[in-house]
Design a protein around this ligand. Sequence first.
Ligand SMILES: NC(=O)c1ccc[n+]([C@@H]2O[C@H](COP(=O)([O-])OP(=O)(O)OC[C@H]3O[C@@H](n4cnc5c(N)ncnc54)[C@H](O)[C@@H]3O)[C@@H](O)[C@H]2O)c1
Length: 244
Amino acid sequence: MSEAPVGVVTGAGSGIGRAAAERLLADGARIAGWDRRAESLSWLDGTPDAITEAVDVTDAEQVSAAAAAVGERWGRVDFVVNSAGIFLVGPVAEVAPEAVRTLFDVNVVGTTVVTQALLPMLVASRGAVVNLSSTVGLRASATNAHYAASKAAVAHLTRCWALELAPHRVRVNALAPGPIGTEIYTSAGMDPDAVRALLERRAADIPLGRVGTTAEVALWISRLIADEWVTGQVIAVDGGMSVG
Ligand SMILES: NC(=O)c1ccc[n+]([C@@H]2O[C@H](COP(=O)([O-])OP(=O)(O)OC[C@H]3O[C@@H](n4cnc5c(N)ncnc54)[C@H](O)[C@@H]3O)[C@@H](O)[C@H]2O)c1
């Protein structure tokens, strides 16, 4: 490809999305960073190869306007990283149905809305989709069933879309990270001490003995975009947690 590739990263204001945007910019890509919190994207201000947009991924109108803005600016989209996501913890006896709806709306419907809006440009460029599943989307969890189910849905959408879009030469893969200390837990209402305790407990369950970093996931996001003969894979980046 003679021109620098163009990609959209959702959830680029924090955590894995931000690390992915940093990594992909360092790889030489041009990046549209989307997040529902406009202020979280200010770290991209003044970056020549980046544009930002306050976008709620569940809002099809906002997403389609933002997709059009990327098309107008650069005339192409080569990849999308669907990192916008939320967490929910709670036993089935107590969980609020409305919280479950919101969870699936962001993690499953949002991933769909964004991919759908960018699809014509992804088909034109024979591009790549990278979704964010989770170790708990591959392996059952007793403490966050609905979050785990939303991430299992993302994993299976990934495999199904890979088959559906292979004739267009669009590749679809996902990362399934193990636990990483980002804002996702406090944004879900957990207090910082509970998050620290959770991550310590999780670390004890991980064969390599520690939680991961956002940069470790971003490296694989970059690889999945670059490798042109991998599709339909959900790659665990989790210190061995999913096989333990
Ligand atoms: N942190 C972990 O332990 C972990 C593990 C496995 C998978 N994941 C997944 O990785 C992805 C990123 O998580 P993270 O840990 O970086 O979380 P994070 O909270 O640090 O970042 C998520 C970003 O998404 C944005 N966002 C949330 N809802 C949105 C919406 N409706 N529209 C647009 N933006 C929205 C938030 O504002 C935030 O900036 C999520 O899909 C998450 O499920 C995280």
